[in-house]
Design a protein around this ligand. Sequence first.
Ligand SMILES: NC(=O)c1ccc[n+]([C@@H]2O[C@H](COP(=O)([O-])OP(=O)(O)OC[C@H]3O[C@@H](n4cnc5c(N)ncnc54)[C@H](O)[C@@H]3O)[C@@H](O)[C@H]2O)c1
Length: 275
Amino acid sequence: MTSKRISIIGLGYIGLPTAAVFASRKQKVIGVDVIQDTVDIINAGKVHIDEPGLELMVKKGINSGFLKAVTSPEPADAFLIAVPTPFLKHISEDSVPKPDLSYIESASRSVAKVLKKGDVVILESTSPVGTTEKMAGWLAQERHDLTFPQMHGSISDIRIAYCPERVLPGNIINELIKNDRVIGGMTERCSEAAIQVYRSFVEGNCVTTNVRTAEMTKLTENASRDVGIAFANELSVICDDLDIDVWELIRLANRHPTGGHLAAGARCRRPLHCG
Ligand SMILES: NC(=O)c1ccc[n+]([C@@H]2O[C@H](COP(=O)([O-])OP(=O)(O)OC[C@H]3O[C@@H](n4cnc5c(N)ncnc54)[C@H](O)[C@@H]3O)[C@@H](O)[C@H]2O)c1
C-alpha cells in the first residue's frame, strides 16, 4: 500500500509509535486522538509519552509532512484502531470483570463517517473474541451505502481485520518493525489487504488466520505471560523464606528447555516480588 494514506485512531503507547514508524517509511499518516492537548503536542513535534527514540521519529515525521495529528477522522485508505480496552469499573452480578468496548465503538462510528469503497479497517486493541465482528457491525450500522464482509464476504466494499499489537514498552519501535504479526482477516481478501498495509515497515513474518483466532492469540499471549510473572513472583517469596537466590534458581532452571520456560518468560518483564 505504498503512498496511500494511513490513519491511526488513538495516539497513545501503541498508536503514536505506529504512526511514527509508518511516517518514517514515507507513508502519509493522519493520526487521530480525541484529546486536543495530545494532538497539539504531536503537531509541535513532541510526545506526551515516554518511549525511547519516539520523540525524534515524531519530530521527523511532522517536519517532513508525512505525519499530522487531528481530533476527528479524515478520509484515508487504511484505518488502524488502537484505542483503550479497559475493564468496566462497576462489578457485574457474576463478579467476572467485563471489558469496556465503548472506546472501540466510538472510534468505529467516527471512522465510518469517512469510509469509502476499498478502504481497510484494522483493529489493533487487545479485545475479547468477537470484538472485530462487533466493530464490523458498528461500521455497517453507520454506512448503509457500503458493503461489509459479514454480509458480502470477499466482494465487500470494506475490508476488515484484527491485528493485535504485541510490543513491549521500552522497546516498542524495534519490536514494531521486527516482530511477526498475526493477521486475522474477516475474509482472505481482508487479510491480504491488511498485509499490504503492514508490509511497508514490518520485517517479521505476517502470519494470517481468521479473526477469532487472531483475537484469541493475543489473549493467550497475555494470559501466558501473566501466569509466568505470577509463578516467578511466587518463587521469589518461597526463595526468600528458604534463603535461596531466586535469580540463580531461575538461571539454573532455564538450563533445561522445558523446566524453566515460565520463569524465563517472566523474568525480564517485571521486577520479582522480594518482600
Ligand atoms: N501499551 C502497551 O504496551 C500495549 C501493548 C499491546 C497492546 N496494547 C493494547 O493497545 C490498545 C491501546 O493501548 P495504549 O497503551 O496505546 O493506550 P493509551 O491509553 O496509551 O492510548 C489510547 C489513546 O486513544 C485515544 N482515544 C480514546 N478514544 C478515542 C477515539 N474514539 N478516537 C480517537 N482516539 C481515542 C486516547 O485519548 C489515548 O490517547 C489497548 O487495547 C491495549 O490493551 C497495549
